[in-house]
Design a protein around this ligand. Structure first.
Ligand code: FES
Length: 178
């Protein structure tokens, strides 16, 4: 008399097949879990980061509005508010503040509108000059000569509680549409 075995009986009763099946199930579950974490991490990060990271677009004070002498332009240094403490020197930024008269200002980015080299202010000639390719700007930031296609970029500014503030965190540039 012969004994009948179904295929499922044959596989389920084999210990090595059971081990392989268990291993594949565990490996598949692990890979799916890793994939889930990789997909979820950026989504969770984007949702949580604004509450943890410092606000990068914000008004920062450059000092009392009475500090500026009318009809002068001065270089002011400040720290990027969106930086981290270990950013070091790369966190430092600068702008030129032009005081036309009491309470009336222009605040220029130091970067040339051509390829971004820092421009320098020459009070005798009342011009900004770029050392890289000879770009020149008038004291109101408008283009005078050379390769720059436009005038200097300007920071938005305001007077708040007697302090001159600029909207900082990102450099003024072509993305501003001006
Ligand atoms: S970067 Fe200033 S003229 Fe080219």
């Amino acid at each position: 008399m012969s004994e009948m075995h179904s295929p499922s009986d044959a596989t389920s009763s084999n210990p090595s097949t059971e081990n392989r099946r268990g291993f594949l199930f565990a490996a598949g579950s692990t890979l799916m879990a890793i994939g889930g974490v990789l997909v979820a991490a950026p989504i969770i990060g984007a949702a949580v980061a604004p509450g943890i990271l410092p606000e990068k677009d914000q008004w920062i004070s450059l000092g009392a509005v009475t500090n500026w002498v009318p009809d002068t332009t001065v270089l002011i240094k400040f720290s990027n508010p969106g930086g981290a403490p270990d950013d070091g020197i790369t966190r430092e930024n600068a702008c030129y503040v032009r005081c036309m008269e009491a309470g009336k200002f222009q605040v220029f980015a130091v970067n040339c509108a051509h390829l971004g080299c820092p421009v320098e202010w020459f009070s005798q000639s009342r011009l900004f000059m770029c050392p890289c390719h000879g770009g020149v700007y008038y004291e109101d930031g408008s283009r005078a000569s050379g390769p720059p296609p436009r005038g200097l970029f300007e920071f938005a500014w305001r007077i708040q509680d007697g302090m001159l503030e600029i909207f900082s965190g990102r450099l003024p540039g072509l993305q501003e549409g001006t």
